[in-house]
Design a protein around this ligand. Sequence first.
Ligand code: ATP
Length: 857
Amino acid sequence: MIKQFLNIDVNEALKELHTSTNGLSQLEATNRLAKYGPNELVTKKNKPIWVYFFAQFKDFMILILMVAAIISGLMGDVADTIIILIIILLNALLGFSQEYKAEKSMEALKQMSITKAQVVREGRSKIIPSEQLVPGDIIHLEAGNIVPADLRLVEIFAISIDESSLTGESSAVHKKVNIIANKDISLGDQLNMAFKGTLVTGGRAVGLVVATGMNTELGKIANLLQEDKLTTPLQKRMGAFGKNLSYIILLICLVLFVSGLVRGEEPFKLLLLSISLAVAAIPEALPALITIALSKGAARLAKHKALVRKLPAVETLGSVSFICTDKTGTLTQNKMKVVEQFEKTDSAMPISDTPLLLAIILNQDIQFDQSGEPIGESTELALVKYGIEQITLTQFHQQFQQFPRVAEIPFDSDRKCMTTIHSVGNRFLVIVKGASERIQSLLVNQTDKKSLLTLSNQWAEQGMRIIAYGYKMLDQLPQTITSETIENDLEWIGQVGLMDPPRTNVIKVIQECIDAGINPVMITGDHPATAKAIAMQVGIMKEHDLVMLGSELAHLSDVQFKKQVLSIKVYARVSPNQKLRIVKALQSHNHFVAMTGDGVNDAPSLKAANIGVAMGITGTDVSKEAADIILLDDGFATIVNAVKEGRRIVDNIRKFIKYIMTCNGAEIWTIFLAPLLGMPIPLLPIHILWINLVTDGLPALALANEKAEVDIMKRPPRNASESLFEGGLGYHILWVGLLMAGVTLATQAYAIHNQSTHWQTMVFTVLSLAQLGHVLAVRSDKTFLFKQGIFSNSLLLLSVLFTFCLQLAVIYIPFLNELFKTEPLSLKELGFCILMATIVFHAVELEKLIKRLQNIR
Ligand code: ATP
């Protein structure tokens, strides 16, 4: 089908799809959407729910446990077998619901990053989600867009497209609109077409949508695309650690089994016990819990205007130590307004007595929406609005028609200027507008050069962005219109100064960053004086701090730059590709860098940064594609908030790792040490499995809901490469695990000593309740529970109460007594168990006190 559009001219192509350059009617678009379906790639079939469920049983240890339970049932104790199988089933249900939840929230995240397209319908241009495009739609493409569908190009303005994702060809392709006669040519040679998923690297174009969704060239190969399996660094480390831990646990269980045999215990009971202990102690739930915590965090971030594109970012956010940020829109409001103007009085432009105004009207990159309102990038918008303020909108359009644009060289951040060429009778008017130094370097008149610089410096020191204008008249246009052939020998027309006030809360947020050990750095294409004025206003730099210019940076070697990079707070007049050097230099000092960017050329630095941050409002598709997170409000505060959330989530993940591993450790110690202390094996397999089910499940999950620690933004960032067990975690797991086992064994010894027939139920209860005490204490690393407030994590409180009730049920309901081989405890015995269990809670609270006194983290 596509070949056909390639071989016909634009008008025929429009006819073929029953459309025109005015686009489809809204009604027709709706009909076509129903007919062709949404413009999206269907890469993955959803797995049916039961697949998730049965996946829970593929764990080798669980299978062995099931077999052992069944064999032991066949040999006598059927009730035991049934209850073990039920517990395994409940465990699987829990694991299943956790994994399913994790998967669903990941999908929900994907749904949120919908791209937009600028479409013309009923003659008006508007922005719609790319999914709603249909064949026959007319769309506008500009630098930074990802082509949203397959297009026959209708009109082009120096457009170049990177098609490497489709053709493997790395250099950008310069497109044409001419018919291609050849019928059988490769995608790379189809110059009058643009393909879904490729990147517009420069220029603009208008295109006719000829295929959408799975009918596009990309769609045809989409089935071959691999979905990334997302494992986060923490999960990877946890996975590797878990594996080693499993071997140790298996070894311990083997020793337990063999030594039991030697002592003359019943082999099958012993086998079942050893396997149950292995199943309970191996922390197989942790990876799923980590995914849930991270995806929950991502969902929360989305509510707070930060869209996470890659789940590991949630985790790495917490380790950010440098935030390199753009100025416009991120630190400032992106509400530019012209506040100063200077027009050279003796400007000799032959066609107007208000040359500056004419230049402003003619050299712009603005579209008008349905109601005639201008839409576009903020600098452009401010200029056009300023123009319209001085004349009427009708006059504005008239002027534009009177001097039709015959060519243009779009703005880019490297050249820092934009050129338009207009026909004036049989001559041509070239207007160039751009950064003051750029225009200055293109002027012919030396006096003008000086005046322009002096004036610009004065304005920039007040925080203004400067747009200078120059022009020339040509009798003939050069063969190829490029920056080199056109942008030279200009006359100065004048210039305007624009103000863009800082965002309201930005001063406070910058301070918060600094308190949190994070260095904010401003990187801008703007004038150094403008950059300095704004940076001082918001608190990024002080009077004596350094501003580095892009031109200075260009002269430094990597080694020289590395020496200076840590002391520079503001970079001005940098080109986007220099951002990559800044990221690399900071990373060479082992810093964790978040870098913002919005343009096409920002993509490499966003990819290289530890956290690439794209702008939701002003950002190009390409930058969004390269980023780890997208700021829906473009604001700096949102980045800092995301860092805070990242820190909270990693804290909470460490909390449930701490909790689960301590509990598992305690179970092992208890079973392992009792025989060594001359006591009978304290617990039955079902007890161990039960403890594992009720404690590892709900309470651990609820820890992920814990609020941020009070000092979360007052402490330096955690090094991302530091071991999981740093900061006292490993030590805690060891000593609290031993204490928990000690308390349990002491109860056993005491009860046996008093000849209580309930000793096993007491041991079971103490171990279970001690874990609940522990979960309450590990809610914070530093704050005491009474200070934190027992109600401040209601989900956790509920799950503790619920688990407590379950434990009581297992002790006091006769039917469960039979199943769990427990006996009702007297009030005194229960009181004793509760008292013993609280020892663990108090000890962990005491640990906080000692830590506070020592003032260590
Ligand atoms: P910021 O960090 O403030 O967002 P930036 O790095 O995005 O800045 P650019 O938009 O690349 O900066 O602008 C660099 C310079 O180019 C500006 O100082 C301005 O003088 C000039 N400039 C900006 N926009 C335009 C435009 N649309 N046309 C011509 N010149 C422009």
